[in-house]
Design a binder for this molecule. Structure first.
Ligand code: P6P
Length: 338
């Protein structure tokens, strides 16, 4: 029975789809529920960020050397607290923490999963009221249940993800996730405090006319990227070119728009980030899982993101992600000039 006629909440949906996991006894469902709870709390603070003294720099820096905004720290704390009290997560790798966070409490001693997360991506946009996001990725732990988790539990290929998702705190707050059986989007209805199914079985168009890249770095881009940008700027109405450049500087917002409308997001090597800027474990792999489940693709420009063997928790990679035909076109230029 639905709480409100015609509305399916995230909680109802997770339980209905629990049968997708014959071996899971509800642990994954509870883990997704815990993430949903923290998301609602972060939503509340993000939505009033301008009203309370929660903006501005927390004074500390994270491993990326980026100034931490207070909302970053708040979001990180909320997700850690929700996962720790939910009892299904053994440890967390977070963009905001140099080392993995061990959850050693009585309720989590038999936890089977570990979570990688970027609690608040694009946080440099908080002060200017631009959409920001949370990104998460869930793996089964490899080390023995009941023992202390190690980095090995996190250094798994993206193909081993059990679930992945993102939250976009924008004109509305949406949670989009996959457990390997398609992608579903839920929009938060603050009046009832529930995420409601709003985008069932999301599919990414195979083509689009939007491209997202920080063109300010053009002179330093690899020749293959420059050739692709010249291609998208050619005047050919038969193929909807020139495409429109849409780049918000907030990965979740750029990815979400491209997923709904069709498009490509590229973060290539730059002088400042010769291996790419975005992090493999808690940005690229989860979005790659979602992109592939929605019919898109995600590569380094050459190789599938989810096939990469991670060697470090905070390692970075280049990222070409989005509509299948667009990413393949860009990869063609990269391979030509490799
Ligand atoms: P640049 C935000 O800091 C972020 O990690 C992503 O959200 C975003 O896509 C990217 O960096 C923007 O990086 O170098 O273009 O400003």
């Amino acid at each position: 029975m639905n709480i409100i006629k015609g509305v399916r909440t995230l909680g109802q949906f997770i339980i209905e789809r629990q049968s997708d996991f014959p071996y899971a006894k509800g642990e994954l469902s509870r883990l997704l529920r815990d993430i949903g709870i923290a998301t609602k709390i972060v939503h509340r603070e993000v939505n009033k960020a301008g009203l309370v003294d929660i903006l501005g720099d927390a004074g500390s820096n994270n491993i990326q050397g980026e100034e931490q905004k207070k909302l970053d720290v708040f979001a990180n704390d909320q997700f850690i607290a929700a996962l720790a009290s939910g009892g299904e997560c053994a440890a967390i790798a977070s963009e905001e923490n140099d080392e993995i966070i061990h959850i050693a409490n009585s309720v989590s001693k038999n936890a089977k999963y570990v979570v990688c997360m970027d609690p608040l991506d694009g946080s440099s946009n908080i002060d200017v009221n631009v959409s920001i996001g949370t990104i998460f990725s869930i793996y089964r732990r490899l080390t023995q249940v009941g023992t202390v988790a190690t980095d090995a539990d996190f250094l798994q290929k993206g193909t081993q993800q059990v679930a992945a998702g993102y939250v976009i705190y924008g004109s509305s707050t949406m949670l989009v996730y996959t457990t390997g059986r398609g992608v579903n989007g839920f929009t938060l209805d603050p009046s009832i405090g529930e995420f409601c199914l709003s985008h069932p079985d999301l599919k990414m168009p195979n083509d689009g006319a939007l491209y997202s890249i920080n063109q300010g770095n053009f002179v330093h881009f690899p020749e293959g990227v420059k050739d692709y940008i010249r291609y998208v700027q050619e005047d050919d109405s038969a193929t909807n070119r020139p495409y429109s450049l849409r780049y918000i500087g907030s990965l979740v917002a750029d990815f979400h728009r491209n997923m709904l409308k069709g498009g490509i997001f590229i973060y290539p090597p730059t002088i400042k980030s010769p291996k790419g800027k975005l992090r493999l474990l808690y940005e690229c792999n989860p979005l790659a899982f979602i992109a592939e489940q929605a019919g898109g693709i995600a590569t380094t420009g050459f190789d599938r993101i989810m096939d990469m063997q991670p060697t470090a928790i905070h390692q970075r990679t280049t990222l070409f992600i989005g509509s299948r035909n667009m990413v393949q076109k860009a990869m063609g230029y990269m391979q030509e000039k490799a």
